[in-house]
Design a protein around this ligand. Structure first.
Ligand code: MOS
Length: 731
């Protein structure tokens, strides 16, 4: 058992001493063949061939009010129906990520599509049919569904992932006195994570013990939430989630399926499978809040920011304190002595809002990076030059040093590769037939953190290595990078390393969320491997610092001995843990990047087509060039979506989420996405972890949508401040 608390910089690592042979390489996904051959079991696919029952969820047809009665008699009379559950243990949405459990139905309806009952039957079809026969009587009330109408009632919430207010100096005075003033309001719509794999669970009881397979990002939290919801001791729950078809924040907390499947299985005395339908996923898990953001920038005539204000209004359901932290990057991205970053939260009678991919940056940087472009235009300054003039030496909020910050390098490298000097200097000045051509850029930043994470690493007597952790792989590449780290640390071939994840019997892993998974779980594997090397050194009677692991050999004291020989038939095992310490709070730590975009806007129809998109990123050590790049492609595509197509539409009259499937909720498809380019700058952040890496998954999403709309402005002269920039707004 070895624990590393990150109180000091890790300047020199074993990966550098021994040589980074495998870490960083674009290895194919370890579990890829299982996935493409359909043999990797996702949550719903467990217990194939066993006698199971199936659940189907009954959902509310009003948005706000009281449940007067639930009459299940017609449903229960149907053939195959085993149970109908409609008591107050039914969860009304997903659980908020860090909360102890799900919010339950207490006789109230809080949003359209809220689960109110569960039907369990011997076949899926019977359950679905019977669910339509459950008669629910409601007493409906008028709800509140529109954020702009509730702004005045918005309050300061302390329940977010950042303080609601961050202020410095005298913002109002400085802004009023500024030579140049930008004061604009941007609106962003609600978004949905829309993960390909719906929230799904298989639950099985064995006496008091619950075995459960459920699609989740943070298994340690998820296990406690399940135990809470079902009303049992967490010791009696065994949760597994070995393969996950995307989460994007929507699976940080358990979906309503997890508790319902467990309740259903208990009620009918056999395992229950329950997958949310696509409309259930859209209407009964969680969503990103719509936002209204007022940005005020005061600057000198030569483009130095003197006052920076970013006020955000976001929504959540009653009793929910999470607010979309849209100002998170504004705190440290640009200089300026007088600052005012505020968030206010309004109540709406709609589905809860929670973390969706890059919570905060994804929509906050749409507004901020658009406003910076507006300031550059006003100053007749190149947008990159404006950003250079406002590059802070230390964090403009707390005067903390940055751990590492290669933002200027990202601009420079990106501008060179993209050919930024060819940008049309005046809006609406370049044509290609009926298409108007424009270039836009934006900064990217994403705050970095590590979270406590543990992993067990064992070296078997034959020299093979096994890594185990309840860490998850939500499609990001965790299996592969942990294999790479163990292989380099112990000097073995990656094919000799087996990685087992997504099982709460293993040491508690960080889970996947907030782009902290790779660095945190990888750090724990590093720490475990160091202890194993100490054990080997002890066997040889040498100093562990003098040991080098290479090609299946232990090299020490000028002797090169086969690993198996040093083991001498023994199995060595270690659990490594990494946890955040002082370096996280002593330094402002983030990943940075720059986006460059070329769009073509049709002068007849107003449709915008992204022609080129380049992201240059600096995110510390890149652990796998291929999986990291795939994550950035994902971010870029999210950015295109947030700029042009994605909008979760809530009916202002009824509160219904109108576009509750993938046909109507428009994520970009291949035809919307050009050849994407992602470049990583070499960087090491000694304050992040012994891997010296930082989060990359959400970085490429931050700001990219603004690069697209800034390019639309450059192409057309039209400034869209109400996202997405659909053609009706551009024409
Ligand atoms: Mo993150 S919001 O878990 O994609």
């Amino acid at each position: 058992m070895n624990t590393l608390v990150m109180d000091d910089a890790v300047e020199e690592t074993r990966l550098d001493r021994q040589g980074e042979h495998i870490v960083g390489k674009p290895l194919d996904r370890y579990e890829g063949p299982l996935k493409v051959s359909g043999t990797a079991p996702y949550a719903y696919e467990h217990l194939a061939g066993e006698e199971v029952a199936y659940g189907f969820v009954v959902t509310s047809s009003i948005s706000k009010g009281r449940i007067v009665s639930v009459d299940a008699s017609r449903a229960e009379a149907e053939p195959g129906v085993l149970a109908v559950i409609s008591d107050d243990r039914i969860p009304r949405t997903s659980a908020q990520p860090m909360s102890g459990g799900a919010q339950v139905v207490d006789g109230r309806v809080q949003h359209y599509g809220q689960p109110v009952a569960l039907v369990v039957a011997s076949s899926f079809e019977a359950a679905r049919h019977a669910a339509r026969l459950v008669d629910v009587e409601y007493e409906a009330e008028q709800g509140r569904y529109v954020l702009s109408e509730e702004m005045e009632n918005a309050v300061k919430s302390e329940g977010g992932v950042m303080p609601a207010d961050t202020e410095r100096g005298k913002f109002e005075e400085a802004f009023a006195a500024a030579e140049i003033q930008i004061d604009e309001t941007y609106t962003t719509p609600s978004h949905h994570a829309a993960a390909m794999e719906p929230h799904a669970t298989v639950a099985k009881w064995d006496g008091d013990k619950l075995t459960i397979w459920s699609s989740g990002q943070l298994l340690e939290t998820n296990l406690k939430q399940i135990a809470n919801g079902v009303g049992i001791d967490p010791e009696n729950v065994h949760l597994m989630s070995p393969y996950i078809g995307g989460g994007f924040g929507s699976k940080l907390g358990i979906g309503p399926d997890a508790i319902m499947a467990a309740l259903g299985a208990k009620a009918v005395g056999r395992p229950v499978k329950l997958a949310l339908t696509r409309p259930n996923v859209f209407q009964a898990t969680s969503r990103r809040s719509e936002t209204i953001q007022r940005i005020r920038i005061g600057a000198t005539a030569d483009g130095r920011i003197t006052a920076l204000g970013h006020e955000t209004w976001a929504a959540n359901a009653p009793d929910n304190t999470f607010f979309e932290p849209a100002g998170v990057s504004t705190v440290f991205l640009y200089a300026g002595e007088n600052r005012c970053i505020r968030h206010r939260l309004a109540e709406l009678d709609t589905l809860i809002t929670s973390a969706v991919r890059a919570p905060g940056e994804a929509v906050g940087m749409l507004a901020l990076e658009n406003a910076m472009d507006e300031l550059a235009e006003r100053l007749d300054l190149d947008p990159i030059e404006l950003r250079r003039r406002n590059e802070p030496d230390v964090s403009p909020q707390g005067d903390k040093p940055f751990s590492t910050r290669m933002l200027l390098d990202c601009y420079e490298e990106g501008a060179r590769r993209f050919g930024w000097e060819d940008r049309p200097s005046k809006p609406a000045s370049r044509r290609d037939g009926e298409w108007l051509i424009g270039y836009g850029m934006a900064a990217a930043s994403r705050a970095n953190q590590i979270v406590k994470s543990s992993a067990e690493v064992a070296i078997e007597p034959d020299g093979r290595v096994t890594v185990r952790s309840s860490m998850t792989d939500i499609g990001t590449g965790s299996y592969t990078i942990l294999q790479q780290i163990a292989a380099d640390m112990l000097g073995v071939d990656p094919s000799d390393v087996t990685v087992e994840l997504g099982d709460t019997r293993f040491p508690a892993g960080a889970g996947s969320g907030g782009s902290f998974g790779a660095n945190s779980s990888g750090g724990s594997v590093y720490v475990a491997c160091e202890e194993l090397i100490e054990d080997l050194a002890e066997k040889l009677g040498v100093d562990p610092g003098s040991v080098t692991m290479s090609e299946g050999h232990v090299i020490a004291d000028n002797r090169r001995q086969p690993l198996t020989e040093v083991l001498g038939g023994e199995r060595l095992v270690s659990v490594g843990t990494i946890e955040p310490g002082d370096t996280g709070s002593d330094y402002e730590q983030a990943s940075y990047g720059a986006h460059f975009c070329e769009v073509a806007v049709n002068s007849v129809t107003g449709e915008s087509r992204v022609r080129r998109l380049l992201t240059v990123a600096a995110a510390g050590r890149i652990l796998n060039e291929k999986t990291a790049r795939s994550q950035c492609f994902g971010g870029q595509i999210w950015g295109i979506g947030s700029a042009l197509t994605e909008e979760l539409v809530i009916d202002p009259r009824t509160g219904l989420i109108v576009n509750h499937d993938l046909a109507e909720y428009h994520v970009p498809v291949n035809a919307d996405v050009p050849q994407l380019e992602v470049v990583f700058l070499p960087e090491r952040d000694p304050h992040s972890s012994p891997l010296q890496g930082k989060g990359v998954g959400e970085l490429a999403l931050a700001g990219v949508g603004a690069a697209v709309t800034n390019a639309i402005h450059n192409a057309t002269g039209v400034r869209v401040r109400d996202y997405p920039a659909t053609l009706d707004k551009v024409l």
